[in-house]
Design a protein. Structure first.
Length: 112
């Protein structure tokens, strides 16, 4: 249980950088920041996926293309909009957006 809590705390700390980066780098275009963020995610994900490549062997090229398209649309566009929101609205939007995980998981009950 302790390791699960520590992983959760680590994830929250890393997630918090979403709000710190635009404030530290206000002169950079949000598209560049979003692109750099997801390239770095890809650089971490590819070796992890390579270690589990037998799990992904049954996916077709069309499946991978669809997953990539949804990833770009769902993540890069989302993060670009979030960066613009932080740059334009400042602190208030960060606090509202930070409540989303709590709102989404408020009903979650452990399954046994």
């Amino acid at each position: 249980m302790l390791s699960g809590v520590l992983y959760g705390l680590g994830a929250c700390v890393l997630w918090g950088f979403v709000y710190l980066v635009p404030l530290v780098l206000p002169d950079y275009d949000p598209v560049i920041i979003a692109t750099a963020r997801y390239i770095s995610f890809g650089l971490v994900a590819v070796p992890l996926m390579w270690m589990q490549r037998h799990e992904f062997a049954h996916y077709t090229l069309k499946d991978w293309g669809t997953a990539c398209a949804l990833g770009v649309l769902g993540n890069c566009v989302y993060y670009w909009l979030l960066l613009n929101c932080i740059n334009m609205a400042g602190a208030p939007c960060r606090h509202v957006h930070g409540a989303y995980p709590c709102a989404c998981c408020g009903d979650c009950k452990p399954q046994r």
